[in-house]
Design a protein around this ligand. Structure first.
Ligand code: AMP
Length: 288
C-alpha cells in the first residue's frame, strides 16, 4: 500500500495486524507514531520523520486510560478523530490505528502490566503514580499489534523516551526508537494537546516553564555546573508567576533519570507545573 491509495483507518487489532504483516511480507520498513490524538505540529514532526525513514507509516490514536490517574483529565482530554485523520492523510500517513478502549483492554481493569521498575517513579512518575506503567504497557501492546521496525517519540516527553528505550532493551523488542526535537510556539511554549485547556491569561503564565529553563541555561552557559544552584535560579524564575504551581524542577541523567548533582556530561533539565488545573511539562538538555 502507498500513500497515493488513500489512508486506511482501522480500529480492530486483527485488521491492524493483517495489514502490517502484508506490508512486512513486501519487505517494507514499518514506522509507528503513537499518539493520543488532538494533533499539533509536534505530532506532525514525528509523522514527517517517520515518512522519510519508513516505507509504511502507521499513526495510532488512542487516549490510553491506564496512564491517567483517577483525578486526572482522561474524560475531558481533547478528542477529534476526524480532524486528526485529515491532518494525517495530508502528511501521507498510510494507516491510522484508532482502537476503542474495549479493543485494547477487553478485560477492563484486569491488565497485565509492563513496568520499568527502576525508572517508573522518576520525574512525572513521582507525581503521577502509575503513569509510566500505563505508558509502557500500552506502547508494548502497540509494538506487538503493529510490529513496527521504527517507532517515533518526542523529546517533549523525555522521561517517556528514556523509559521506553529501557523497556525495548530489557525485553529485546525488535524496534528502533527514533526521537524528534520539541516543537515550540514562536515565543517558546512547547506545543501540547493540553495547551487547549489554557485561557489567555494562563497561556501567558504557561510561558514561565520555558523561561525557567532558559534561566537555568543562562547561568549554565556562564559556567555554573552545580544542579542545586541551577535549580534554585530556575525555581525563583518560576515563582515570579503567581498563577503557576511547581510540581518538579529537576536535573537528571537523560538515560537513567537519576539526579545529577554536578553536570559533567549532557544532563536533562525537566520541569512540570500546574497552570490552573492544567499540568504542563517541558525540558532542555544542558550540554557541557
Ligand atoms: P501525546 O499525543 O501527547 O501522547 O504525544 C504523542 C507523541 O508526540 C509523544 O511521543 C510526544 O512526545 C510527542 N510530542 C508531543 N508534543 C510534542 C512537541 N511539542 N514536540 C515534539 N513532539 C511532541
Amino acid at each position: 500500500m502507498s500513500a497515493q491509495e488513500g489512508m486506511k483507518i482501522v480500529s480492530t487489532i486483527p485488521e491492524m495486524r493483517t495489514s502490517s504483516r502484508e506490508a512486512r511480507a513486501r519487505a517494507s520498513r514499518i514506522g509507528l507514531v503513537p499518539t493520543m490524538g488532538a494533533l499539533h505540529e509536534g505530532h506532525l514532526l514525528l509523522v514527517r520523520d517517520a515518512r522519510t525513514k519508513s516505507d509504511l507509516v502507521v499513526a495510532s490514536i488512542f487516549v490510553n486510560p491506564t496512564q491517567f490517574g483517577p483525578n486526572e483529565d482522561y474524560s475531558r482530554y481533547p478528542r477529534n478523530l476526524n480532524e486528526d485523520c485529515a491532518l494525517l492523510e495530508r502528511e501521507g500517513v498510510d494507516m491510522v490505528f484508532a482502537p476503542s478502549v474495549e479493543e485494547m483492554y477487553p478485560a477492563g481493569d484486569d491488565v497485565t502490566w509492563v513496568v520499568v521498575e527502576a525508572m517508573s517513579h522518576r520525574l512525572c512518575g513521582r507525581s503521577r503514580p502509575g503513569h509510566f506503567r500505563g505508558v509502557t504497557t500500552v506502547v508494548a501492546k502497540l509494538f506487538h499489534i503493529v510490529e513496527p521496525d521504527l517507532a517515533f517519540f518526542g523529546q517533549k516527553d523525555a522521561a517517556q523516551v528514556a523509559i521506553i528505550r529501557r523497556m525495548v532493551r530489557d525485553l529485546n523488542m525488535p524496534v528502533r526508537i527514533e526521537v524528534c526535537p520539541i516543537v515550540r510556539e514562536a515565543d517558546g511554549l512547547a506545543l501540547s494537546s493540553r495547551n487547549a485547556y489554557l485561557d489567555t491569561r494562563q497561556r501567558k503564565a504557561a510561558l514561565t516553564l520555558y523561561r525557567s529553563l532558559m534561566r537555568a541555561r543562562e547561568i549554565f552557559d556562564q559556567g555554573e555546573r552545580e544542579a542545586a544552584k541551577l535549580m534554585a535560579a530556575a525555581k525563583t524564575e518560576l515563582a515570579r508567576e503567581p498563577g503557576v504551581r511547581l510540581d518538579y524542577w529537576e536535573i537528571v541523567d537523560p538515560d537513567t533519570l537519576e539526579p545529577e548533582p554536578t553536570i559533567r556530561k549532557p544532563a536533562l533539565a525537566a520541569v512540570a507545573a500546574f497552570v490552573g488545573n492544567t499540568r504542563l511539562i517541558d525540558n532542555i538538555l544542558l550540554e557541557p
